[in-house]
Design a binder for this molecule. Structure first.
Ligand code: BGC
Length: 252
């Protein structure tokens, strides 16, 4: 299946690899999202094989966009969070192109993908001004969006605050691990946002990831001056952003 108005995105995470056909005009999925457990160890070849399986299951033969929890510079992975360390230094384009049998592959950081999807199809606040988009999940992902244009590969989740990396104490995984109430966790997120606000002075924070579904339980407790806006796309964002990246970088 290929069509100019359709794209295909795959989101590679620490626990699942998820893919779907995306309507690039609406940002909606066309048909079912397919999810396969992330292979262990999550090496480049093992993950690429799973991505190929997902495209086959969806009968897709066009360009494919893929997210990784990695800094990706000129299609080379520079870091690897929650996936095998052998990704570091790998040419990710080559890895996926070989497994998929096509050169029409674009790979980008997962939070960057979610950010561009939010700009295109999400809350209008993501589209204007100096926006910091954050995803709270296993880690904290970030993307910087200036009037909707991405500054890629920011890694704010790894910023050290009071001696620890932000994502170690304020990710959604940290909340689960330590069984924190929303109130206690919001206090930690607040500490992190105050530091980002002090250093970057954005016009808005847009907060995504699964936890944005419960935004009303923690966003009102934040005390930063910068407006904090829950992302509209939630878990769909990574796949949609990946499909958009493939469309703009490698299609037709
Ligand atoms: C990684 C980022 C990623 C984020 C969300 C962090 O640990 O360093 O690259 O965007 O997790 O998955």
């Amino acid at each position: 299946m290929t069509d100019k108005a359709l794209g295909f995105g795959v989101d590679v995470g620490g626990s699942g690899v998820k893919g779907a056909v995306v309507d690039l005009h609406t940002g909606e999925f066309v048909g079912e999202r397919v999810k396969i457990a992330t292979p262990r160890p999550a090496t480049p070849n093992a993950v690429a094989e799973v991505v190929a399986q997902i495209t086959q299951q969806c009968n897709w033969s066009g360009p494919v966009g893929i997210t990784l929890p990695s800094v990706v510079v000129q299609q080379v992975a520079r870091t690897a969070a929650n996936i095998d360390q052998s990704w570091v230094g790998a040419n990710v384009h080559t890895v996926f192109a070989q497994a998929l049998g096509t050169e029409r592959v674009a790979v980008l950081n997962d939070a960057d993908a979610a950010g561009i999807a939010e700009v295109a199809f999400g809350d209008p606040a993501a589209r204007s001004g100096a926006v910091i988009f954050l995803t709270f999940g296993t880690g904290i992902g970030s993307s910087f969006l200036m009037d909707g244009t991405l500054f890629p590969n920011t890694e704010l989740g790894h910023m050290r605050i009071d001696g620890a990396e932000a994502e170690q104490f304020a990710s959604s995984a940290a909340r689960d691990r330590e069984k924190l109430s929303y109130k206690k966790w919001a206090k930690r997120v607040d500490t992190v946002l105050h530091e980002y606000e002090r250093l970057f002075n954005p016009s808005a924070f847009v907060v995504g990831g699964g936890i944005s579904r419960h935004a009303e339980r923690w966003v009102p407790m934040l005390t930063v001056e910068t407006p904090v806006v829950p992302a509209a796309l939630r878990n769909r964002a990574g796949i949609v952003g990946a499909a958009m990246a493939a469309q703009s970088r490698v299609a037709p």
